[in-house]
Design a protein around this ligand. Structure first.
Ligand code: ATP
Length: 240
């Protein structure tokens, strides 16, 4: 079943009087339960596309439906509310709030939902447990390693049970082993919990964690294939 339906999507940024076309007449469908890697050269429009799917940005023209909602038709306020309910965003640099503990960081998106304090606590604990960091719940981001910070950020992204998870270079700032552990976690969220994931990456190794590869070049889709990478066991880095 299609979760993301994109038809004739275009995005033009305006810089003063200058127009910068970033996405051109793009069509793409992502089914529920897919794990899609979005690759392409720097400047090809990957982050722009991800932000449009996440309802952070709005298209210049075209249709973008996520879970049946036509995002271009929502007002800014409605789009913000839609985002809070439906999107979990994972950033390259984690974007945790330094003055909040791991628990409080994960709890943050739940404060926008009508939940009791007890229900919030339960959900935060389940999410922290799922990423293996329940015992670090009272640690501040500076007391965590980069990989642990990213796992807290992943817990924060899934805690509200969003319709879709989007990740922008989630392993871009991690060493190889920590990146592998993070990718294994994302794979597990997809395989075992059925989360739909769209991940921007430059790294073919990271892309190999996904089930489908979508390539962008100069704002247009050049390929969208089921994984050409042979099936394999645990993520291993070639030559390592
Ligand atoms: N807010 C903005 N205003 C003007 N131009 C922008 C804006 N955001 C992005 N761009 C331009 O749009 C193009 C695509 O940017 P985008 O970040 O989507 O590319 P990308 O494929 O994610 O690149 P990278 O891999 O380097 O992150 C770039 O030329 C960029 O300069």
């Amino acid at each position: 079943m299609p979760l993301v339906e994109i038809e004739g999507l275009s995005k033009v940024y305006r810089k003063g009087s200058q127009e910068v076309p970033v996405l051109r007449d793009l069509d793409l469908t992502v089914d529920a339960g897919e794990f899609v890697a979005l690759m392409g050269p720097s400047g090809s429009g990957k982050t722009t596309l991800l932000n449009l799917i996440a309802g952070i940005d709005r298209p210049t023209s075209g249709v973008i439906r996520v879970g049946g909602d036509d995002l271009a038709k929502l007002s800014r306020t409605k789009l913000a509310a839609w985002r809070a309910r439906n999107v979990g965003y994972i950033f390259q640099l984690y974007n945790l709030i330094p003055v909040l503990t791991a628990f409080e960081n994960v709890e943050l998106p739940l404060l926008l939902l009508p939940l009791s304090r007890a229900e919030r606590r339960k959900r935060v604990e389940v999410a922290l447990d799922a990423v293996g960091l329940l015992d670090r719940h009272d640690h501040y981001p500076r007391q965590l390693s980069g990989g642990q910070e990213q796992r807290v950020a992943i817990a924060r992204a899934v805690v509200g049970d969003p319709t879709i998870l989007v990740a922008d270079e989630p392993t871009g700032d991690l060493d190889a082993d920590t990146a592998d552990a993070t990718l294994a976690l994302l794979k597990r969220l997809n395989d075992e919990m059925g989360k739909t994931l769209v991940m921007v990456t430059h790294d073919p190794h990271a892309a190999a964690a996904a089930k489908r590869l979508v390539r962008l070049e100069k704002g247009a889709l050049v390929a969208s294939d089921l994984r050409a990478v042979p099936a394999r066991g645990p993520l291993t880095r070639a030559g390592a």
